[in-house]
Write a protein that binds this ligand. Structure first.
Ligand SMILES: [Zn+2]
Length: 151
């Protein structure tokens, strides 16, 4: 049984809903990272809020966000042509999961559209070891560097 759901074309297959066992494992590890969160202004802040230069408050429920986005993984030259089932494993590797509120998750994913001084930039030295291993194991260094401009 294929890991990816049937879709109209190959591109759509890559963003199809993952099998439950992959998305559940992804969610579980992301939520384990909540220990890294802290209180900002008297409120519990998500993993991304800590790095928000505008100190916007968290809004909405907490979600398991992709640190390296699924589209970036899919388009990464080092993974080009990878078997779709392996690509699904890369896309839902639990080590790439971070806990984020809806507000900061959306702002982080729209990084390229953020105005000057408002983009959420996560300092490389704050990444957990397993997230660094995820980046190394799948050859995503160039994508990781896009998340850390100027470092
Ligand atoms: Zn937040």
């Amino acid at each position: 049984m294929p890991l990816l759901l049937a879709s109209v074309d190959g591109a759509a297959a890559m963003i199809a809903k993952p099998p439950p066992e992959l998305s559940e494992a992804f969610w579980r590890l992301a939520m384990k990272r909540r220990y890294a969160t802290m209180f900002l202004g008297g409120q519990l802040a998500c993993w991304l809020a800590i790095h928000d230069p505008l100190k916007r408050p968290c809004k909405g429920k907490w979600e398991a966000a992709h640190f390296i986005g699924r589209q970036s993984i899919r388009n990464c030259p080092t993974l080009h042509g990878l078997d779709p089932e392996l690509l699904a494993l890369a896309s839902w590797d639990p080590r790439n999961g971070i806990p984020a509120c809806v507000e900061h998750h959306r702002r982080f994913d729209n990084h390229a559209d953020a105005g000057p001084g408002s983009a959420i930039l996560v300092p490389r030295e704050t990444l957990d070891e397993d997230l660094e291993e995820f980046i190394a194991d799948w050859g995503l260094e160039s994508e990781a560097e896009r998340r850390f401009p100027g470092t």
